[in-house]
Design a protein around this ligand. Structure first.
Ligand code: AHR
Length: 642
């Protein structure tokens, strides 16, 4: 019997408000005859401690315009070398000015072009300048300090000032402003602090750089950062990091995905070009139709891992790009293999090693823990059939230098036995419902399994309740088999929901410049990963209706049993739960429920907490009790064992 119900959404993010919910009014329950028998004191498998993790890549503005906190779009004017995309000219009053890309000068060997602003006439009352609207707006919050910076040079010494301002789109009000008094004729970086006052939080703002006199100014790397997660410079957006932290991820698969491979070999992810000062990063075209700033580079990925206590699952470029281009195995592939070895050393080598020293110079002397290296991505799409030989070449080199590293293959191979195989599943809800036993019979002597990308592709832009039910059903199968399925990660993780920002739906977490929300599937995954334990006890589900799924795990040190049930049908169902074994239930249990009224129901920016976990207690837990499962619901029952 359910004793009380509370909304849980707040507690996930540390807010303790408990709002009573109408969930307590259960609809009539069908006695399905389903029985879940659990032998509480047995263990048929260990739960993989790394079962739940994250997959990430630059897609749907996941980094630029997403988790990477930079607010200025096309900050280094590299998106289009013929036009300053996402910038416009400002001419107040009778100011006269023009702007263009200048390919002849830039602040570094990586950024060899810049924006040239030519001002024929301007004064304090009639300034001229350039304007950036950010990634679908610039989010500003009250009483907050923003760090502005830019590289610039002028056509004669002591020209200035240049003023950076944050301006409301609707009212024209200047929300924050700061000036650099003089500029030099050589490239130099300038920094300002921009402080907001008592404003309402809004993303209807733009950035303006203005001058008030005649002359020419070249700009590059115009940047604006809000406070970041853990106050990390060049860091990540706080709300998105908090949402990820609530998932308790064990790993981050990086940097892709298609993003690793690029459409062409020349457009592959070149990790060495993502290191060091931002001015030394040239940026690169991504396969998802826009250029990546690489502000979130390899070290930033690793710091992201560190912040959330995850290990990187390092995917190395393996000589295949998606326009059916591949590097011939053998001597031609050798430099790519060496690059992967260098990358592994950058991540995990001591500061005395060549690439560990580079990492130390970049600000992180301590090596990062590394267990898994993945060779390529979805190499079954390489129609040349070269992956078998490419994988063998990478495998041998990695194992020779790093015998303890676990090497993941992305497609079936014959010449070597990979430690782990990466399987991907993009499915309909029905397909997942029918395949929850996918790994039940997998050969336990073969490679371990990493379900590196999976999702029910229903709902847009984020999965709806129906997708969450299928996702949860799928996860019950992964949990039951987590002796062989050692890792899993939903994909894609992020979507900027603004029109034109995305290339793939659905995605787990949605956001615009100011706000974010978790989909029902996000909350299902939070529930599963927060209640996992370390062992799978023996359990059998019999007499269950078609759309009922279960998984049982236990935490031996906490003496907790976690019973997960999914009822994907439109009818409430009853489930008899029988506990046998010497570990007896203590009498009460905590119940977490994620439920919807229909499969189409969902969360959105406008209604971010429509479907969230609700917590209640069950006070009649015994060795044989009948539990009612609401329609369209996912539940986790925490049974304390005596
Ligand atoms: O998750 C989106 C894409 O799906 C990934 O980039 C790729 O690996 C897969 O095909």
């Amino acid at each position: 019997m359910i004793r009380s119900t509370h909304r849980l959404a707040g507690t996930i993010f540390g807010i303790m408000t408990l709002v009573p919910l109408l969930f307590a009014q259960q609809p009539a329950t069908q006695n399905s005859g389903a029985v879940l028998k659990i032998q509480t004191d047995t263990s048929v498998a260990q739960v993989s401690p790394s079962l739940y993790g994250l997959m990430t890549e630059e897609i749907n503005h996941s980094y630029d315009g997403g988790i990477y906190a930079e607010l200025i779009r096309n900050r280094a004017f590299q998106d289009n070398l013929n036009h300053p995309d996402h910038w416009r000219i400002l001419r107040d009053g009778d100011a006269r000015a023009s702007m263009m890309i200048d390919k002849s000068t830039g602040p570094s060997t990586a950024l060899t072009s810049s924006l040239k602003l030519t001002v024929q006439r301007a004064d304090n009352d009639n300034p001229a300048g350039i304007v950036n609207n950010g990634y679908w707006g610039i989010p500003l919050r009250p009483n907050t300090t923003y760090v502005g910076s830019f590289y610039a040079k002028v056509d004669h010494d002591s020209s200035g000032p240049v003023t950076m301002s944050l301006v409301n789109n609707n009212t024209g009000a200047v929300i924050a402003t700061a000036s650099v008094p003089t500029l030099a004729s050589q490239w130099k970086q300038y920094k300002v602090a921009l402080q907001t006052g008592q404003i309402a939080a809004s993303s209807s703002n733009h950035l303006v750089l203005t001058v008030a006199q005649q002359g020419t100014v070249w700009f590059s790397l115009v940047s604006l950062f809000p406070p970041t997660y853990d106050n990390t410079p060049n860091g990540n957006r706080i709300d998105l990091m908090e949402k990820l932290a609530a998932m308790h991820p064990a790993f981050l698969r990086l940097p892709g995905g298609n993003y690793l491979e690029g459409d062409h070999i020349a457009e592959r992810y070149r990790w060495k070009q993502t290191l060091g000062p931002l001015v030394d990063r040239p940026s690169h075209p991504s396969p998802w139709g826009y250029r990546s700033s690489d502000g979130l580079g390899l070290l930033e990925f690793l710091e992201w891992c560190q912040d959330l206590h995850m290990q990187p699952v390092l995917a190395v470029y393996a000589g295949y790009s998606m326009a059916q281009e591949h590097v011939t195995p053998g001597p031609e592939l050798a430099p790519y293999v060496q690059s992967a070895l260098d990358e592994i050393e950058y991540v995990s080598g001591g500061p005395e090693t060549k690439w560990g020293a580079v990492r130390a110079k970049d600000g992180h002397p301590a090596p990062f823990p590394l267990t898994y290296v993945e060779v390529g991505n979805e190499d079954e799409f390489d129609k040349s059939g070269s992956y078998d030989a490419r994988f063998a070449q990478f495998y041998d080199a990695i194992k020779k230098t790093y015998p303890k590293l676990q090497v993941i293959a992305t497609a079936p191979v014959k010449r070597r036995t990979p430690d782990v195989i990466d399987d991907h599943f993009y499915r309909t809800a029905q397909e997942f419902f029918e395949d929850t036993h996918h790994y039940d019979k997998t050969d336990r002597k073969g490679p371990k399994i990493f379900v590196g990308e999976w999702a029910t592709r229903e709902g847009s832009p984020t999965p709806d309740m129906g997708a969450a039910l299928a996702d949860a059903a799928w996860l019950t199968g992964l949990e039951r088999n987590s002796d062989i399925v050692i890792m899993s990660s939903y994909a894609p993780l992020f979507i900027n929901v603004n029109p034109g920002a995305s290339q793939w739906v659905p995605d787990l977490i949605g956001y615009d410049a100011l706000q974010s929300y978790g989909s029902p599937s996000y909350y299902a995954q939070v529930m599963f990963s927060s209640h996992i334990g370390n062992e799978v006890p023996a359990s059998t589900l019999s007499g269950a209706p078609q759309l009922m799924f279960t998984s049982v795990t236990r935490d031996t040190s906490k003496r907790m049993l976690y019973v997960k049930v999914v009822n994907a049908s439109s009818k409430a169902q009853s489930l008899e739960i029988q506990l046998t074994g010497k570990d007896k239930p203590a009498g009460t249990a905590a119940l977490t429920t994620l439920g919807g009224h229909s499969t189409a129901e969902t969360n959105s920016l406008a209604d971010p907490t429509r479907i969230v976990p609700v917590q209640s207690d069950i006070n009649d837990v015994s060795s044989d009790w009948r539990h009612a499962i609401p329609p369209y619901s996912i539940q986790v029952i925490d049974v304390t064992l005596q």
